[in-house]
Design a protein around this ligand. Sequence first.
Ligand code: UN1
Length: 511
Amino acid sequence: MMLDLQALGFNSLQQPQPGVWIGKSAEMGLGEKIEVVSPIDGSAIASIQLATPAQVNQAVEAASQAFRHWRTVPAPQRGELVRRIAEQVRQHKIILAELITLEAGKIPQEALGEVQEWIDICDFAVGLSRQLYGLTIASERPDHRLMEQWLPLGPVGVITAFNFPVAVWAWNAMIGLVCGDPIVWKPSEKTPLCALACQHLVQRAIATLPDVPPEVCSVVIGKADVGQTLASHPSLPLISATGSIPMGRAVATTVAQRLGRSLLELGGNNGMIVAPSANLELAIRAIAFAAVGTCGQRCTTLRRLIVHNRIADNLVERLQKVYRSLPIGDPNQEGVLVGPLIDSASGEKMQAALETARQQGGKIFGGDRITEGVPKGGVYVQPAIVEISPDAAIVQEETFAPILYVMRYETLEEAIAIHNNVPQGLSSAIFTENFREAEYFLSPAGSDCGIVNVNIGTSGAEIGGAFGGEKETGGGRESGSDSWKAYMRRVTNTVNYGTALPLAQGIRFLD
Ligand code: UN1
């Protein structure tokens, strides 16, 4: 392997890697041993000894201990930790991106972009650490002050997926840390090395500061049992989970049972409307990046294209031309834009969805497995374009692969109805030069998603905005704007600085 893994804290990948890392101390998991496989060529790159539920409990207890101190550290000093983490990330940007490519199969441009998201959210969080402000509210009583404070919430369990093995944890962890919350992270067991590398960089930054308990960041690697142990743990007031809808439903149900809080960022089945006035040059580039980038494995991937009848033939033809010339293959090869799917199960799901689409009347372009000119052992596919009726059942489903369903419309109302008629509600877009159409799409009668764009694609959001969606996407908001509020508890304070005791609502009692 060419990667300089020592810079990321790995001594040798010959030995099993620790499945548990509580603060400074990396420990072998006492659970099952699994292989870590690179999707590029299916080769085993390491093995991991997974955490057991008992070890997860230890990590949570350590986080609870750390919280007792961390909550009292002034927020700008907590920000100083995040600033130092960002220094580490800047220094290790390229090597960390290389690890993301190796473990998740992303092309280097996108892997670097993912690390950039970590850097960006650090900068955002550092600024935030001098804000975190509440309101002062007019009190109805004389000589009283009514105000709110935002206080640290407690240790947060963060569950993330393979497709963004660094950035999504970083959104949660960097914001959580400045808010005063320790983080216990369960990464996808498909991308554990990225998580161990992140933990290493964080611990390096922690070691430069005298007043930070290392247990403010821990990692527990495992499968669903580890996620469920976090979800059911009463010492974790918040579970932030990113992944599939079934995973989110299972986690949210467990968290709800103990009346905890969950922040969910689940499946998207993202749509774009292309109106007759659209600038097709821009639209085609936006569609291509959103539909085939990351090999269709972003939660923001464009999966449904709703095109006006008048331009549909032309657009589909031009898109097919772009799809025919897509450089697909080893992500480390110069010029490649579409890397592999994560594993063969994912390839099978793609083929099954295409078969179902065919049975439901879909006209399929592309979609075949590619075996020539690509590394053996990886699952490489030709992204698919499927012309299909909006009534076909398959368009209701998110298949985590590059399948783009194309549907046609006549009126904007019809397009929006088609657009909103799915259970998920993450990201959406319209391409139009008509401002009334654009504004209508953004209005209450328009898209029902959490992210609604005009003349850009559905994926590739900046960290400054709140990220998340409605309906089965789960309703959570992470990353920028005021998403930090989910990681804190709001306290309402009423202070009487007078000499009398007036009661609210004018109630008289014992006076
Ligand atoms: C995800 O796929 O889970 O907006 C996150 C985007 C990225 C994040 C995607 N900034 O596509």
